[in-house]
Write a protein that binds this ligand. Structure first.
Ligand code: F6P
Length: 472
């Protein structure tokens, strides 16, 4: 990896603006702190674009509370521009408005959100800080790509400062119906914020359609076509761009000898013969972790599954643990895990293996390879990349994916067993069907899903968005 170097005068033809930088500060072998790029994710999808542009900059929060400005630096050919956030600002912008108001509302109010004027004021002032920083970094006529719900006011703020820029926005999470969105006291400002972009991208056609209808309904735009809007004489395109993963990275790594061995060890530890079921999620109330645990518990109680023949691994990555709803979810999930193991486990043989820690890429791959059945049951999800990761890791074309129809991925992965997570009997039936599915049917389904995930990968997603923005 290239050594980071500081940079004084920044100028980029492509500016990515996201809540977080794609780097983490980690301790190196000498005990010093250094920045490391997080592999995979958004940054990998942009790698080919870096060569195409005359300078790429990425603006974002480092994840550390600070009142001091951290100097920009260059890492792996990309200019990284840290945007500071103090603890008090984080509480208003990140935990408050972003994850206490917008996140639950955009996920169909799976949990009630809170509306607070001071949260919104904090959100607006942080959006202003991101817009000011982007305006400074972007070269004349540059493309700026703004990401996600934490920064919805940025496109319009930036357009005012720099009308010469081409501005794109992509929402990684679902966009709600206009009826639900209209509960927001700041609905006009947040919609106008997005309409400052030339291209507004969403995960699915229904998300795009919701926004299109909303903008017209609020009288902020007029319809020019199914994906076109007119905003005071300026054209805005609204379209879906379903996000993909770095298929090749998962496919190659899953074939690695060490990963294959780790998967075999894991299965041996769990006992044989055995069906292994897996859930991998951030510990978030939208993910339906409790749904699959309840379904599993009932199947064991009904004696349709036997504890000596099946086990479940649930990875629940810690997330947003300063937000109350996440604290109570953790209690709920851990109580359920305890109940299942108390009722059905034996000494040395729990039926649910619950891990509340972040796992490494290699460990995750070994789990994907060890799992016969993958359970992805969110109440609502923009895409759900875990579903695609599982498919990419199934290099032997076996394995069954149970997938919520309310995940964006369900629009593409039609060969999964699709379930309604609100219908517990439906989830139970799908789990049973997955456990009992014959190898030929499983292979046919997995093969079709692998083709799709490979074709629609992260690089083609980023290229699709950027090429559309360029052509506007
Ligand atoms: O899905 C939206 C998202 O913001 C992702 O971009 C991110 O990986 C995830 O949620 C977790 O977000 P954070 O830890 O930044 O709140």
């Amino acid at each position: 990896m290239a050594k980071p170097r500081s940079t004084k005068s920044l100028s980029a033809d492509l500016v990515v603006v996201a809540n977080r930088l794609p780097v983490k500060r980690v301790e190196n072998d000498n005990g010093d702190l250094e920045w490391r790029t997080s592999p995979g994710g958004l940054v990998a999808s942009l790698a080919p674009a870096i060569a195409e542009f005359n300078g790429v900059a990425w603006l974002g929060w480092t994840g550390e509370d600070t009142t001091r400005t951290v100097a920009p630096f260059v890492l792996d050919g990309m200019q990284l521009v840290p945007v500071r956030l103090s603890e008090a600002e984080r509480e208003l912008h990140y935990e408050g408005m972003s994850n206490g108001t917008l996140w639950p509302l955009y996920h169909d109010k799976v949990q009630p959100g809170e509306f607070h004027r001071h949260w919104y004021e904090g959100y607006r002032s942080i959006n202003r800080r991101f817009a000011d920083a982007a305006a400074k970094v972007a070269s004349e006529g540059a493309m700026v790509w703004v990401h996600d719900y934490q920064l919805q006011l940025v496109p319009d703020m930036l357009r005012e400062l720099r009308p010469d820029l081409k501005i794109g926005f992509f929402l990684h999470i679902p966009f709600p119906s206009p009826e639900l969105f209209s509960q927001l006291p700041w609905r006009r400002a947040l919609t106008s914020g997005l309409l400052g972009a030339d291209l507004v991208g969403f995960q699915s056609p229904s998300d795009a359609n919701n926004f299109h209808r909303l903008a017209i309904g609020l009288g902020l735009a007029t319809r020019t076509s199914r994906s076109g809007l007119d905003v005071d004489g300026r054209a805005v395109t609204v379209r879906s761009f379903p996000i993909g993963i770095d298929f090749q990275r998962y496919d190659e790594a899953a074939n690695d000898h060490a990963v294959t061995e780790a998967a075999q060890d894991l299965r041996a530890q769990l006992g044989q013969p055995h069906t292994v079921m897996l859930g991998v999620d951030r510990l978030d109330y939208t993910k339906g972790i409790d749904v699959r645990l309840r379904a599993f518990k009932e199947l064991l109680a009904d004696e349709l599954l036997h504890p000596s023949q099946v086990s479940m691994i649930q990875i629940a990555e810690p997330s947003r643990d300063q937000v109350d709803a996440y604290v109570s979810l953790r209690e709920r999930v851990e109580r359920l895990v305890g109940e299942i193991n108390g009722d059905f486990g034996r000494v040395g043989y729990p039926v649910v293996h619950y891990i509340h820690r972040t796992r490494s890429f290699e460990e995750l791959l070994a789990m994907y390879r060890a799992a016969d059945v993958m359970l992805v049951t969110p109440f609502r999800d923009g895409m759900n990349l875990v579903a695609k990761e599982y498919v990419a890791a199934r290099v032997d074309e076996s394995g069954v994916l149970v997938l919520s129809e309310f995940a964006g991925a369900a629009h593409q992965l039609k060969d999964a067993l699709l379930v309604n997570p609100y219908d517990i009997d439906g989830v139970k039936n799908a789990i049973l069907r997955a456990v009992e599915m014959g190898p030929d049917e499983a292979r046919r389904r997995m093969r079709a899903m692998r083709r799709l995930v490979k074709k629609n990968d992260a690089v083609s997603w980023a290229a699709g968005f950027l090429n559309t923005l360029r052509s506007i």
